[in-house]
Design a protein around this ligand. Structure first.
Ligand code: MN
Length: 353
């Protein structure tokens, strides 16, 4: 089934020139590293503008064929991107629950195609690894597991079981690493997007492709970004304000100029595992506001539908949603979230297994 929609990937990667574009997190970097290992020559590496989820965040200057990995934007965004770079040379591999594009034929997203949920497809790295490597070796197994632990870190951090964590455990078994080693590797990659270090995100993908986890642990820029990011996250936590607290929902606000939205949002979600947690984060210098909505126990699909119906731009998966707004709408966004999640969905924001 997966082969039917994703079998184009190996031939798409043929040729010496091309561009890999990948989501700025650990799953994105692991997916790019797996693609690099399958290439005969290293392609150019590009990362969307950190924090933004739209075709406008994708590079216009690309070379050769283009493969976008793990970037989670809805299909219509790829339709607009295809009109810029050409639909024939664009391919997309993803596992986010979004509407598929209409003009991009090379679109490998089993979740969007209705082949399964995110439990079956917990990471883009797992998807890409399965397609590219019929018999994955130790480094491929590490990379496939890294993407899973990247996307499921909040489950691991709050000690909640998830079937895919067992998949990751089996993948790294015998490669010399544990789940905790993977968790550390996730922080090493993710710290670079928190401090907006695009170059280090490229280095991370390249060294992961060449040496696997071992190379990442000794990557100097990743280690220093982790220290920087820890200080930044501490600074953000001290400025966090609770705007609302109810039995189902907590809403926090933060005004802070660093891309720590997911780091803080994940931490808040892990500390209130029975609830839905929303963080409305404004970065004044960048002029953007994000609402990051996460729950480790509840399916957010009804929340997502309600926000879309209210006219918001929404991206994400079943346990995490990102809403983009402008800073002047931050206060209204808080009120809307309380209205939609607490009042309207109070009874129906269902628990998932
Ligand atoms: Mn992912």
């Amino acid at each position: 089934m997966l082969d039917r929609i994703c079998s184009w990937i190996p031939s798409h990667l043929e040729g010496r020139r091309g561009t890999l574009i990948y989501h700025w997190d650990a799953d994105g970097a692991a997916s790019a590293a797996l693609a690099l290992r399958a290439l005969e020559a290293p392609w150019r590496l590009e990362i969307p503008r950190i924090g933004l989820y739209s075709s406008a965040a994708l590079p216009v200057e690309v070379e050769g064929k283009v493969l976008v990995l793990d970037y989670g934007i809805p299909g219509r965004e790829y339709d607009s991107y295809a009109s810029l770079v050409g639909a024939d040379r664009l391919g997309v591999a993803d596992h986010h629950k979004v509407e598929p594009p209409s003009s991009v034929e090379k679109y490998c997203n089993p979740v969007a195609a209705g082949l399964g949920g995110e439990d079956e497809y917990p990471a883009c790295s797992l998807l890409v690894g399965r397609i590219l490597f019929k018999d994955p070796g130790p480094i491929e197994r590490q990379l496939m597991a890294l993407g899973i632990i990247g996307d499921l870190a909040p489950f691991l951090d709050s000690n909640r079981p998830h079937p895919a964590i067992e998949i990751a455990r089996r993948l790294v078994e015998g490669t010399g690493y544990t789940l905790l080693d993977l968790r550390e590797a996730v922080d090493l990659v993710d710290s670079s997007y928190r401090v907006l270090d695009y170059n280090c995100l490229r280095s991370a993908a390249r060294i992961l492709a060449e040496e696997g986890l071992e190379g990442l642990y000794s990557l100097g820029c990743a280690r220093s970004n982790r220290e920087k990011a820890e200080r930044i996250v501490e600074g953000a936590l001290s400025r966090l304000e609770r705007a609302y607290s109810g039995p189902l929902l907590d809403v926090y606000t933060l005004v802070y100029d660093a891309y720590v939205t997911s780091a803080i949002g994940r931490r808040l979600a892990s500390s209130a595992p029975q609830k839905i947690v929303a963080l409305v984060h404004t970065m004044p210098q960048s002029g953007v506001t994000f609402a990051y909505i996460r729950s480790v126990s509840r399916d957010l699909a009804p929340v997502r539908r309600a926000l879309e119906e209210s006219g918001y731009r929404v991206g994400g998966k079943s346990h995490v949603i990102v809403v983009e707004a402008s800073p002047s709408d931050a206060q209204e966004l808080v009120a809307r979230l309380v209205d939609i999640i607490s009042r309207r969905l109070g009874g129906s924001a269902g628990r998932s297994a």
